[in-house]
Design a protein around this ligand. Structure first.
Ligand SMILES: Nc1nc2c(ncn2[C@@H]2O[C@H](COP(=O)(O)OP(=O)(O)O[C@H]3O[C@H](CO)[C@@H](O)[C@H](O)[C@@H]3O)[C@@H](O)[C@H]2O)c(=O)[nH]1
Length: 253
């Protein structure tokens, strides 16, 4: 990345039924990062999110979109965004949920952190980070998933399961995406694991996670169990030291 110039930044939003959120979210992203391009990866949302984005593109040259045929999973949608960033030579790609759980006001902090590290992780679990609007069950589930991911994949980050992150694109380009096993929600943990394997450095940046404004979460029991299984298989891979030698750099804190 050219350190002195403004980086070429792509903000990615994976969407499935997020039209109501996008109507407010896109102007907020423009407000906080006016120089960033925005890529929406929509999976033929029944609520018309895809058509809404197509209409925005007619008058806003900063907006781009990928329209897939049906709900193909959060992991593969995020990879489609990464591939777009690589093919179009962006310096940074910043992903956030399209429902305001990752408030756009924290995006500049993530971008700034990539001056010190290859991956800036929006974190609910470092000092200064917090969660608003969760009951005890969701706290427990998130804590358990993070404990499980850290144990099996030997990840050092406190927050391994959120998708609010900014990556240096040239480092992402070193990852062989064909190796990825997670199609859905375990993607967040697996991509950290793959980043570590190509020698990425990491920095956690505190933010306040807020409950989504409109609509509902798309996770279900099948997706949750599939995520646990994928991490278990990756943990076995890790133990066996398969595929690529693990490089030592884990944290640039
Ligand atoms: N294109 C596409 N987008 C999807 C899909 N599934 C979910 N999304 C989008 O991905 C974002 C997150 O999905 P949610 O369903 O709202 O996630 P959540 O349950 O609130 O999960 C949160 O925690 C997870 C684990 O901690 C995180 O992985 C996730 O990013 C989010 O922070 C939303 O913008 C949603 O529209 C899909 O199959 N395809």
């Amino acid at each position: 990345m050219n350190e002195s110039a403004t980086p070429r930044l792509l903000v990615t939003l994976c969407t499935y039924n997020e039209k109501e959120n996008l109507e407010q979210l896109i102007p907020e992203i423009h407000h906080h990062l006016p120089y960033a391009a925005i890529l929406v990866i929509d999976d033929n949302s029944p609520d018309g999110t895809g058509d809404y984005v197509k209409s925005l593109k007619k008058t806003d040259s900063r907006i781009h979109s990928i329209h897939r045929s049906g709900k193909l999973g959060l992991g593969t949608a995020t990879i489609a965004g990464f591939q777009y960033a690589i093919e179009n030579h962006y310096d940074l790609v910043l992903n956030l949920d399209a429902d305001f759980s990752h408030p756009p006001r924290f995006m500049p902090d993530l971008v700034a952190a990539t001056e010190q590290a290859d991956v800036a992780i929006g974190s609910r679990y470092v000092p200064g980070g917090k969660i608003e609007g969760w009951g005890p069950k969701r706290y427990f589930m998130s804590g358990a998933i993070n404990w499980y991911a850290r144990l099996l994949l030997r990840l050092k980050s406190r927050d391994c399961s959120g998708s609010f992150r900014c990556y240096r694109v040239p480092k992402l380009a070193e990852i062989d995406f064909k190796l990825l096993r997670a199609k859905g929600y375990a993607f967040q943990e697996e991509i950290l694991y793959r980043c570590r394997r190509v020698g990425c450095t990491f920095q956690e940046v505190p933010f306040t996670f807020e409950e989504r404004r409109y609509g509902s979460s798309k996770i279900n029991m099948k997706e949750a169990f599939s995520a646990l299984w994928v991490m278990f298989v990756l943990g076995i891979d890790n133990l066996q030291g398969k595929r690529v030698k693990v490089l030592p750099a884990e944290s640039a804190k």
